[in-house]
Design a binder for this molecule. Structure first.
Ligand SMILES: C[S@@+](CC[C@H](N)C(=O)[O-])C[C@H]1O[C@@H](n2cnc3c(N)ncnc32)[C@H](O)[C@@H]1O
Length: 254
């Protein structure tokens, strides 16, 4: 299974369709950063990228390194691992182009068997990774093991009971990476249990990621979504609909 997952992510760069620039150029990385932080407006509010200055941050499943660049720019010593060689090569290029190559170490590794000592990192971050892993229990247990006591775990998985999951079923539009070898969704209690089982405590799980205009989907479905759905959903009182956010962000401690 892990080989299939590696093969898939070697062939698929997350959000690649959001840029016209050649892969690996500064403009390519800047486009994907701009797209990500427009779509994930919540992220800099929940993750203090500048708050780990002088501390060690491990990102598991770092992809092309977009968030790792932010941690490193904030002064953190970053380590990024990913199963995919393509992702790690691009992440290396990304950190060098952003002038933070000296603060970041990147390695092709399996997050389910991390090659680090116990209690090594101040923060472990995995955004959009657990749900694509062969064995999420092992991956979360490894994140816990390498985190220092008192250290912060920051994780994001997809919410099964969410507007996007429901909409994709009603409109018969596949979710992104629906063709990946593994794609899981969690309810809030299931995600809480997964983290608790590894030992994480003080966990706050915050549903986020509400509808924003899509450049991904065209045709009448895309038009209906952009002209009606986004505005209507966002007009609903957020406290009422928060639990249906597509992303479940967990902020917890070892
Ligand atoms: C949807 S991408 C997310 C990338 C990045 N975290 C982001 O938010 O843009 C999922 C990533 O998880 C990685 N991944 C999946 N299983 C993994 C594992 N067991 N160990 C390390 N990385 C893994 C994939 O290679 C892929 O780069």
């Amino acid at each position: 299974m892990t080989d299939d997952i590696k093969r898939y992510w070697n062939a698929h760069i997350h959000d690649l369709q959001m840029t016209q620039h050649p892969i690996g150029t500064r403009a390519f990385f800047d486009d994907l950063d701009a797209y990500r932080f427009d779509k994930l407006r919540y992220l800099p509010h929940l993750v203090d990228f500048d708050g780990f200055c002088g501390q060690s941050v491990l990102e598991v499943g770092c992809g092309i390194g977009t968030d790792l660049v932010r941690f490193a720019r904030g002064g953190a010593r970053g380590t990024g691992v990913d199963l995919s060689e393509t992702a790690i090569d691009l992440a290396q290029r990304n950190v060098e182009l952003h002038g933070v190559g000296d603060r970041v170490t990147l390695r092709v590794e399996d997050g389910e068997a991390l090659p680090f000592d116990a209690n090594e990192f101040d923060c472990v971050y995995a955004h959009g990774v657990i749900q694509y892993a062969a064995d999420p229990v092992r991956l979360v247990a490894e994140c816990y093991r390498v985190l220092k006591p008192g250290g912060q775990g920051l994780f994001m998985v997809y919410n099964r009971v969410s507007w996007l999951n429901a909409l994709s079923k009603v409109m018969r539009v596949d979710l992104e990476h629906a063709d990946a070898p593994v794609l899981r969704k969690y309810s809030i209690p299931e995600f809480r249990a997964l983290l608790g089982q590894a030992g994480f405590r003080d966990g706050r799980i915050i549903p986020e990621r509400f509808p924003v205009q899509s450049r991904l989907h065209g045709g009448w479905k895309g038009a209906l979504y952009n002209t009606c759905f986004v505005g209507t959903f966002n007009a609903l009182p957020r406290p009422l609909v928060r639990r249906f956010g597509w992303h479940l962000m967990a902020l917890c401690r070892k």
